[in-house]
Design a protein around this ligand. Structure first.
Ligand SMILES: [Zn+2]
Length: 197
């Protein structure tokens, strides 16, 4: 335990995901000995992300304007929507280069144990996008774990009666895992081999 500002910084860093007490201490002392200009830049980046970044009003990906870069891109097709849990999954799928449609970010997955039901996710917003009538296929790219599967099943039941093709990424993704940890080739193949549900 240290006194004052250095301990405050260690405490704040320790509250970040994936940062244990030892890392928090190491980062805090790095900040202490770093060039002041570097720390000003870091502080500015932290502030900017809170001030500028918001969620796309169409797909709920991260954006710096009303709509995200992907929703604004006129070269992408409006006929296919890929449903993911988090913005980081958009990045993972974009890296494969296999997908040229639009996304819809749910903001999580159905998880009764944590009290997350369909109403806590952006499912209502997805349904209103689908009712616009231009969508031919909905790709369910939720994580290959219990919550992701439950969410995919729920969405398939809701969307199939609307006459829209519903597909799920092919197997081969690490079961129980997180989409973002799949390598580009595996994820790209899972995309190509997606099957109707
Ligand atoms: Zn968007």
């Amino acid at each position: 335990m240290y006194e004052g500002a250095i301990q405050d910084l260690i405490d704040e860093l320790g509250r970040l995901p994936g940062v244990g007490p030892k890392s928090a201490q190491r980062i805090a002392f790095h900040v202490l000995s770093a060039d002041p200009a570097d720390i000003t830049r870091l502080a500015g980046a932290l502030r900017k992300v809170k001030d500028l970044v918001r969620f796309c009003t169409t797909c709920f990906n991260v954006a710096e304007s009303e709509q995200c870069r992907i929703c604004r891109d006129p070269r992408r097709t409006d006929e296919v929507i890929c449903v993911v849990e988090e913005p980081k999954d958009v990045v993972a799928i974009e890296r494969t280069g296999e997908f040229r449609g639009r996304y819809h970010v749910l903001g999580g997955a159905i998880n009764p144990l944590e009290g997350i039901g369909p109403d806590n996710l952006r499912i209502r917003e997805l349904m209103s996008r689908l009712s616009a009538g231009t969508i031919r296929e909905l790709i369910l790219a939720t994580d290959p774990n219990t919550e992701g599967e439950a969410t995919a099943t729920y969405l398939a039941l809701m969307v199939k009666p609307m006459g829209i093709a519903v597909t799920r990424l092919a197997s081969g993704l690490p079961v129980g895992g997180d989409l973002e940890y799949a390598d580009e080739i595996t994820l790209g193949r899972a995309f190509e081999g997606r099957r109707a549900v």
